[in-house]
Design a binder for this molecule. Structure first.
Ligand code: SF4
Length: 493
């Protein structure tokens, strides 16, 4: 059926590799209900609609583009057999399953990942939930795909260059590299902006600011962004991968996570491009390995765990964290906190729908975990607020990696840290009203307070984790814990 079927593409299946031949007919659906159900970031809504409409324009008469309330309404207008590549969320998969019972739809395996679900299953089965370590998966994927390998061994004798990739930011306050590649908006973007304005006038709510589109919305743009990154920024990427600077939210990051997750780039081709830069001597192994680890290691690991761990994984809440997200946070209001690092991170999300992985993990996620914010609410917030956020991305990243709600499947210990880490890896603390070293008093750093408060509140639960032994012993030795708890009763167990 595949050759003659019309390919139903979701909005994150936009690259050529989601089609089987150059003549295949396509249907793309803009469902308005998606925006009515959830308050997405305005720039995320813009990017997705722009990318879908750019794809439709590329396909021309081969594409039937429908704007309806629901997918079902749209597909009723399409005659003949359909085929669909496995969508990227459980909810979309259930929709497809329901429709399969009503009409002829061929379901095809997922595309857009280096390691498919079958290969992942072969690697994971029999290991047990707590032994699905990213590092082991990554090495297996490198070997299978012969990436940065010399025979059976990793090039330069090491699998992992993380230790070289943790430098604090330069004291100059800036990286000496060219700006990222930026897209130029066109008439499609203008039409998207007008439609989003009309939706807002019609009562659909968004969060965040509107602004120029900053992420690639077509395969050609995505390739330009990738080529520019590899040529100008990749050599610096590894070194400052974890650093944060007030004056440079982009640092040396690639900004290709959004087009990758829209299906506009083939991840293995992305990896090969970076590998070629290493082979040609244009980028050091620490930078290239760090980048490859993100694309075919972490990204594929997350994708596969989303499916492998099952649909109920999203509801896990091992630390019984039930505090609702504060309103200022859900409104992306940076004035809701005096903590400079958190305010800055929230501003970045508000202004561009993006912040790199350290503000996500060590500022926003860290703060939320310390205060016991509800991990499901937080997952939804990340999904809606980030241009590259999708269910499959955010469920394992937030429930597992960031919030430890899975009790140690993705991370062997909670990702919590005090102000000292943020002070070392950023230039935020100098101008902050708080002091990163202080845990009591008016200028006590909320991250330092939160770190000890989190350990105190979860002491019993974490006592069985051998990686937490030392920090819990440090907690026992803390002389001012009573004062800290008196000043911050929310951390009382
Ligand atoms: Fe953040 Fe604390 Fe540093 Fe202020 S002092 S910027 S709250 S880590």
């Amino acid at each position: 059926m595949t050759e003659s079927s019309t390919r139903w593409l979701f909005g994150d299946q936009l690259g050529d590799y989601f089609l089987d031949d150059d003549d295949q007919q396509v249907v793309l659906v803009e469902s308005r209900r998606v925006f009515r159900r959830r308050r997405f970031h305005r720039q995320k809504a813009h990017l997705v609609l722009s990318a879908m409409r750019h794809r439709a324009a590329e396909l021309g008469e081969r594409c039937t583009y429908l704007v309806t309330e629901t997918y079902r309404e749209a597909l009723e207008q399409v005659e003949g057999p359909l085929s669909v590549v496995q969508p990227t969320t459980w909810a979309a998969l259930h929709l497809v399953d329901t429709l399969v019972g009503e009409r002829e739809i061929e379901r095809l395996p997922a595309r857009g990942y280096v390691t498919g679900r079958g290969e992942f299953g072969r690697w994971a089965d029999g290991r047990g939930r707590r032994r699905l370590l990213m590092e082991n998966f990554y090495r297996d994927a490198r070997t299978r795909n012969d990436v940065l390998m010399k025979g059976a061994e990793p090039v330069e004798g090491r699998w992992n260059f993380d230790a070289d990739n943790r430098e604090p930011p330069p004291r100059s306050g800036r990286l000496d590299i060219p700006e990222p590649w930026w897209p130029e908006e066109d008439e499609i973007d203008a039409a998207v902006r007008a439609d989003l304005d009309a939706m807002e006038a019609d009562g659909i709510e968004f969060v965040g600011e509107d602004g120029p589109r900053r992420f690639a919305a077509s395969s050609a743009e995505a390739q330009a962004a990738l080529d520019h990154f590899v040529e100008h920024r990749l050599p610096t990427f590894g070194r400052y991968e974890d650093a944060m600077l007030t004056g440079d939210r982009w640092m040396a990051h690639s900004l290709i996570s959004a087009p990758l997750n829209l299906g506009l780039l083939d991840p293995l081709a992305v990896v090969r491009t970076a590998e070629e830069a290493y082979v040609a001597g244009e980028a050091p192994i620490s930078a290239v390995e760090g980048f490859v680890r993100q694309v075919m290691g972490w990204r594929d690991y997350i994708w596969n765990l989303y499916w492998y761990l099952g649909e109920d994984y999203r509801n896990e809440n091992a630390l019984k964290a039930t505090t609702p997200l504060p309103e200022w946070f859900t409104r992306l209001d940076p004035t809701g906190t005096d903590a400079r690092c958190l305010s800055w991170s929230l501003s970045s999300v508000r202004e561009v729908g993006w912040a790199h992985h350290i503000p996500r993990l060590m500022v926003i996620g860290n703060y939320a975990q310390q205060r016991g914010w509800d991990p499901q609410e937080l997952t939804d917030w990340f999904h809606r607020s980030f241009v590259d956020g999708y269910g499959w991305v955010m469920v394992p990243n937030v429930v597992g990696m960031s919030q430890y709600a899975d009790d140690g499947v993705l991370g062997t210990k909670p990702y919590v840290g005090g102000g000292a880490y943020i002070n070392r890896m950023s230039d935020f603390c100098g101008d902050c009203v708080y002091d990163p070293k202080k845990r009591t008093g008016e200028d006590a750093c909320p991250f330092t307070v939160g770190y000890w408060g989190f350990l105190h509140r979860n002491r019993e639960h974490l006592s069985g984790n051998f990686r937490m032994g030392q920090v819990l012993r440090n907690l026992d030795r803390l002389k001012d814990l009573d004062q800290l708890l008196e000043e911050n009763p929310e951390f009382c167990a």
